[in-house]
Design a protein around this ligand. Structure first.
Ligand SMILES: NC(=O)c1ccc[n+]([C@@H]2O[C@H](COP(=O)([O-])OP(=O)(O)OC[C@H]3O[C@@H](n4cnc5c(N)ncnc54)[C@H](O)[C@@H]3O)[C@@H](O)[C@H]2O)c1
Length: 327
């Protein structure tokens, strides 16, 4: 492997443009070399070439010049594009969800094992400093034993067009629930709605079970505001984390038994300083590090596969109304 990996970005849509800007920054820092941008849409290619003056590709002709690819195409195209890149011997990073179906994720995982390439799935919130901070507080016992979590990834906005809100949006917080709990959920129950009246769900309410503990995740396109929050409630205190602004509150609040009653004890709140860092840039930097030292990413393909398994089980639950066991 050369000193600075050559990167091909595939997909320069709404989110891909954020990747492009981050790659440009990393290239300017001498950490990688951008081969160019591949996009099937001519207008997108023209805009990218005009605005950034970089090479664009309508087909796979840029692949041969790349050491690694970053795939930011719609979810339904992840599988084919990632398969082609892996088969061509490239290291791969792909947006979440890794694939539309669990069967596709498993096939990619088998191929990845054979080719021994680096494969990172873009579970972006794992690269959020506030998420790390919250997990550290949990591990250090600051809130005692976790009773339950409540994650809200919602806000009034356009509807994603490539998959339902459960698969594209709630998945971020299903993944984070496991991260905060330090283990995979053992069951899932979900309810989805189609309030806009098309085939993609636009509201999802999910309950993940972890033995006696649980996590509730809410996602929708209707609630005003922009919610990226988690409440993590423990026996000795609670954490309220705002992942958008990377702010966190540690509440020293707990119930204390006095005779037959429980009194609410309030020991105040601590707001630790967290230095804001752009999660996408941290994610891409991490990918480059893994490409450089051939290490396993923090969000490997096995995590991507497990997240898709939870999403599939959640859709099954939404259809049947029943809780689905995982694993
Ligand atoms: N991590 C996050 O926070 C986050 C946020 C938004 C979107 N995403 C993910 O990013 C991906 C892209 O989402 P988006 O909103 O940018 O979609 P988009 O539709 O705006 O952009 C997709 C782009 O890919 C191009 N494209 C489609 N098929 C292609 C193919 N086979 N080869 C090359 N180019 C192709 C399209 O022309 C388009 O320019 C999705 O998987 C989505 O889930 C992640």
């Amino acid at each position: 492997m050369k000193e600075t990996p050559a990167i091909l970005l595939i997909g320069a849509g709404r989110w891909g443009m954020n990747h492009l800007r981050a790659w440009m920054k990393l290239q300017a820092a001498g950490l990688c070399r951008l081969v160019g941008v591949q996009d099937s849409d001519a207008d997108r290619r023209d805009e990218v070439a005009k605005e950034y003056g970089i090479k664009t590709f309508a087909d796979d002709s840029g692949l041969a010049q790349a050491d690694a690819v970053d795939i930011v195409v719609p979810t339904y195209a992840h599988f084919e594009v990632a398969k082609k890149a892996l088969s061509a011997g490239k290291d791969v990073m792909v947006e979440k969800p890794v694939t539309m179906t669990l069967a596709e994720a498993r096939e990619l995982e088998a191929l990845k094992k054979k080719t021994d390439r680096v494969f990172l799935v873009g579970h972006l919130f794992r690269y959020n400093p506030a998420a790390d901070y919250a997990r550290k507080l949990i591990v250090e016992g600051e809130i005692g034993k976790v009773r339950f979590l409540r994650g809200r990834f919602m806000g009034f906005r356009f509807q994603e067009h490539d998959a339902g809100i459960l698969a594209t949006t709630a998945i971020h917080f299903l993944y984070l629930s496991d991260f905060f709990m330090g283990r995979p959920a053992d069951s899932v129950w979900a309810k989805t709605e189609h309030m806009l009246g098309n085939k993609l769900d636009d509201l999802a309410l999910i309950r993940l079970g972890y033995d006696a503990q649980f996590s509730i995740v809410e996602s929708d396109y209707f609630t005003p505001g922009k919610w990226r929050t988690f409440d993590i409630i423990g026996t000795q205190g609670s954490i309220a984390v705002d992942l958008l602004n990377q702010r966190l509150e540690l509440h020293r609040k707990r119930h204390v038994r006095t005779g037959e009653r429980f009194e609410a004890y309030d020991g105040g709140v601590i707001r630790p300083e967290i230095t804001f860092q752009e999660p996408l840039e941290l994610e891409l930097r991490h990918f480059l590090k893994c490409v450089g030292d051939r290490s396993e990413p923090m969000t490997p393909i096995s995590d991507g596969r497990d997240a898709v398994a939870v999403v599939e089980a959640a859709y099954q639950s939404a259809e049947t109304g029943k809780t689905v066991r995982l694993n």
